[in-house]
Design a protein around this ligand. Structure first.
Ligand code: HEC
Ligand code: HEC
Ligand code: HEC
Ligand code: HEC
Length: 434
């Protein structure tokens, strides 16, 4: 009955009100071994006349870090982190397994399920219990699969929610400043870039026919909006957003605190309106979302700017003021996100975005490393979109790629970040753009 209910809720896919984590856990997980047969997804070469390549397992196992995510927990680095937190063996610690494996409760694990498979197929595609036997049938539509609990990884909003549940943390699986303090690497994520780092899929005419539209720039834009929403949801949650008398520090700008005192590097940032010596929320995704929203709805983008400033101001006043400001901004984001997801970014709007990002640089907005890092990944998305639009000659594309490499170089080491160098490189990139 419970499963039937879950299936019913899921079948009205857009009406699914739960989180990505809940949707993934709605059905039993049968394990990677249930997908990896050589006539299923375990082929060594792509199949010729199949909708999908069928060598997904081989690609995942060989190239995708998700396949090794559990083994990471066996490393000395993980043992050291867990020891400092008093967690014991990290391969047994729920807080580590939540993100480094497909951590389902015992009653949601099929016979072939193995926790050591790490972030396996069903950690992203959803528990296969109800669709495993039917999904390969040519007569079965994608909508049928979704109704049976397959997760809509093609949908940018829902994909962003899924990826960010581990790559940023969410209420039920949180990466805290304490975990960072014990030595966990800082997390950073950009949906379009990360979707294409180790792909086991290709988007072609056949894919579009079955699953609808694809746009890398839209994915980038949507990813920023979902990350900004997630930041506010965490801040608004009294359990995860606060630790004792302090707010959860992982939501703030790391280098607001972690910098050398001799540097004297403070300077104003219009986007925060804050003076020197104040801890700032990490607003990198909010800054980026404002840029991608501008071509879609200028007034709404201006509202995001003002409400972000108001939120920064409220964090210097009180918890109540912070909650009120976060709620207003959260409502604006909820209004804006579907518009961004439905928008088609043409070359002119890309150009406008690049121009307004560069103008932000002139105003000193990329003083904070986290925002600069997002700009580098954003530039990559935009350049790729220019290339895909056929707007660039080979020489232009080569020149832009070289500038992009330099921009990435400027954000390679967060401990040696120089805004002046970054802004100069960003200007060069802008000048080389069509
Ligand atoms: C909210 C999700 C989340 C939680 C909780 C979490 N991790 Fe991670 N961890 C990640 C992600 C995502 C990465 C990869 C970061 C990247 O490369 O962008 C990572 C990377 C790591 C790395 C570096 C791996 C490498 O390849 O260099 C180690 C070590 C690690 N985690 C250990 C742990 C341990 C131990 C725990 C439990 C105390 C833990 N993690 C909890 C998400 C999480
Ligand atoms: C980290 C998340 C993640 C993991 C883990 C993962 N996938 Fe995927 N998979 C995706 C995304 C994202 C796409 C592309 C979007 C789409 O087609 O829905 C995709 C696409 C696919 C496709 C192509 C679908 C199509 O319609 O063309 C297949 C088949 C597939 N995955 C199978 C697997 C198998 C088998 C595994 C395990 C060996 C696996 N995936 C593991 C995220 C993941
Ligand atoms: C269940 C948690 C989980 C989910 C869901 C998840 N990831 Fe990951 N991801 C991880 C962990 C943990 C690592 C680090 C693994 C390692 O270091 O071996 C990682 C690593 C990666 C990396 C490698 C990063 C690098 O620096 O090379 C990429 C790319 C990535 N994930 C993309 C995605 C995308 C795109 C999605 C959504 C479709 C996604 N992930 C969903 C947990 C997750
Ligand atoms: C409000 C200030 C503040 C912010 C913001 C902040 N930290 Fe910290 N961080 C601290 C303090 C305080 C300590 C504890 C220092 C100690 O134990 O002596 C610390 C410790 C650490 C340590 C351990 C350093 C060591 O040598 O013991 C790491 C790593 C770390 N933080 C990473 C981060 C990351 C990553 C971020 C951003 C996501 C961040 N911090 C944001 C104040 C901050």
């Amino acid at each position: 009955m419970r499963l039937l209910l879950a299936a019913l809720i899921l079948s009205a896919s857009s009406a699914w009100a739960g989180t990505a984590v809940e949707a993934i856990a709605a059905h039993k997980h049968l394990g990677v071994a249930s997908c990896s047969n050589s006539v299923c997804h375990g082929a060594s070469q792509p199949f010729r006349d199949s909708d999908v390549m069928q060598n997904e397992f081989a690609i995942w196992q060989e190239f995708d870090p998700h396949a090794k995510a559990y083994q990471v927990l066996e490393r000395p680095q993980s043992k050291a982190i867990a020891q400092k937190l008093g967690l014991g063996d990290p391969t047994q610690a729920a807080i580590c397994l939540d993100c480094h494996a497909d951590h389902q409760p015992a009653d949601r694990r099929g016979e072939r399920f193995q926790i050591s498979d790490g972030v396996g197929c069903e950690a992203c595609h959803g528990g296969a219990e109800a669709w495993l036997n039917s999904h390969a049938d040519r007569k079965v539509t994608h909508a049928d699969n979704l109704a049976k609990g397959m997760y809509p990884t093609e949908d940018p909003i829902q994909r962003a929610q899924l990826c960010l549940s581990c790559h940023m943390g969410e209420k039920e699986r949180m990466i805290t400043h304490r975990i960072m303090g014990a030595g966990h690497p800082r997390l950073s994520f950009e949906l379009d870039t990360f979707t294409w780092l180790h792909p086991h899929y290709k988007i072609d005419a056949n894919w579009i026919k079955r699953k609808g539209d694809w746009s890398g720039v839209r994915d980038w834009a949507v990813g920023q909006g979902v990350a900004a929403e997630n930041l506010l949801d965490l801040l608004l949650d009294p359990k995860t957003g606060w630790q004792g008398i302090f707010p959860e520090l992982v939501l703030f700008n790391c280098h607001a605190c972690h910098k050398l005192m001799k540097d004297n590097s403070w300077g104003p940032r219009q986007g925060t309106g804050l003076g020197p010596g104040v801890v700032r929320l990490n607003d990198a995704n909010l800054v980026m979302f404002r840029h991608v929203l501008a071509p879609v709805d200028k007034a709404l983008a201006q509202r995001v700017f003002e409400q972000t400033r108001e939120l920064h101001r409220a964090t210097t006043q009180s918890r109540e003021a912070t909650f009120a400001a976060a709620r207003s901004l959260r409502a604006t984001l909820a209004e804006a996100l579907p518009k961004v997801a439905a928008f088609r970014y043409d070359p002119a709007s890309l150009d406008a975005i690049l121009a307004s990002i560069a103008a932000d640089g002139d105003r000193g907005e990329f003083r904070d490393f986290a925002a600069a890092e997002q700009v580098a990944m954003a530039s990559q998305s935009v350049i790729l979109a220019f290339e895909n639009d056929g707007k660039l000659s080979k020489d232009q594309a080569g020149a832009l790629r070289a500038k992009l490499d330099r921009l990435y170089d400027a954000v390679k080491d967060e401990n040696n970040y120089s805004m002046t160098r970054f802004d100069a490189t960003l200007k060069e990139l802008r000048a080389a753009a069509p």
